[in-house]
Design a protein around this ligand. Structure first.
Ligand SMILES: Nc1nc2c(ncn2[C@@H]2O[C@H](COP(=O)(O)OP(=O)(O)OP(=O)(O)O)[C@@H](O)[C@H]2O)c(=O)[nH]1
Ligand SMILES: [Mg+2]
Length: 301
């Protein structure tokens, strides 16, 4: 028997081109920074679960990498991860930014989605509405409607919190009835070291251009409480790049850039852990790691 106020639980995922605003949307719905974001494409590199707790439902949002034409083995792995996720969720949100024309990249995603849409409802989401006028939002909704058949359509903005609850309601409405899947207060199932590595990568992404954002990876080597102190944690981390020339850029003149990255990351990590940290940051070259299966495995892809 189903009742109108039964508790629902299940999974949603956001898909869209790189930079469409998927991770920002995930964070806004969860109400906490579980995924890093940046203006560089392919910021997200693994499926991150963010958990939305409501009295009537528990919505688990799986934030996936942007879908793109892969140029490296890493790119291929990221795309595969997206397809895998589709088969595991109850509802998909297809994100298209309001300020960019719908193009071949979006139509390609729609074609792929149409294959799963028979089983899984797809909600069309026009993101970043704060960047354009009402008229352009309306036009984007119309254009999106031409791309495929949607279960619902919704314009929203994570930046000025426009229609976040409408979007959450639409997603929750597509979940099956079910019990809570995660304990109260748990906002993500990401391990702490992953969150920390991601915060360092987010800081390192700031101000780098061209191929460099893609070449960055971060590994946490060690994380231990400082001996004799209960208020300080030592975090040893490595920023990997693919070439010697990139290493020089990341470190900067006299180590200036690396220090800035470290202090930016430290602020976010301390907020996350609620504890002081000492961040020991090094830069190493892992030659062409994006194309090397062995190194990809070591970096967790
Ligand atoms: N103005 C505005 N900017 C936004 C909004 N949502 C996201 N952005 C910006 O768009 C850029 C990309 O956001 P992300 O959330 O990292 O995009 P993504 O789709 O997760 O990107 P990938 O992980 O690379 O696929 C960032 O610079 C965000 O600050 C929004 O609602 N309004
Ligand atoms: Mg992302």
């Amino acid at each position: 028997m189903t009742s109108l106020d039964a508790h629902r639980s299940g999974f949603a995922c956001f898909v869209g081109r790189p930079n469409a605003g998927k991770s920002t949307l995930t964070n806004a719905l969860v109400g906490s920074k579980v995924a890093i974001t940046s203006s560089k494409p392919q910021t997200t590199r693994h499926a991150i679960r963010g958990i939305v707790h409501r009295p009537d439902a528990q919505l688990i949002i799986v934030d996936t990498p942007g879908l793109h034409r892969p140029r490296t083995l890493l790119g291929q792995r990221l795309n595969d991860l997206v397809y895998e996720t589709w088969s595991e969720v109850d509802v998909v949100g297809f994100c298209v930014p309001a300020d960019q024309k719908i193009g071949p990249g979006d139509r390609y995603i729609a074609e792929q989605l149409a294959k799963v849409a028979k089983r899984t409802p797809v909600i069309g989401v026009v993101t970043k509405t704060d960047l354009v006028g009402k008229q352009q939002v309306a036009e984007q909704l119309l254009a999106l409607q031409q791309v495929m058949e949607f279960a619902d359509l919704v314009p929203c903005s994570a930046v000025d919190s426009y229609q976040m609850d409408v979007l959450a309601d639409l997603l929750v409405g597509r979940l099956p009835e079910g019990p809570q899947l995660y304990p109260d207060g748990e906002l993500t199932d990401e391990p702490e070291t992953t969150l920390i590595a991601e915060l360092i990568r987010e800081a390192a992404l700031e101000g780098v251009r061209d191929e460099l954002p893609h070449s960055l990876a971060v590994g946490i080597e060690e994380m231990v409480p400082r001996e004799g102190r209960d208020d300080l944690i030592d975090v040893h981390a490595v920023i990997y790049v693919e070439r010697q020339s990139q290493k020089a850029i990341v470190i900067g003149r006299g180590g200036e850039r690396l220090r800035a990255v470290g202090s930016q990351a430290r602020k976010h990590i301390q907020a996350l852990l609620g504890s002081k940290i000492y961040l020991d940051l090094h830069v190493k070259v892992a030659k062409d790691w994006q194309r090397d299966p062995k190194q990809l495995r070591r970096l967790g892809f």
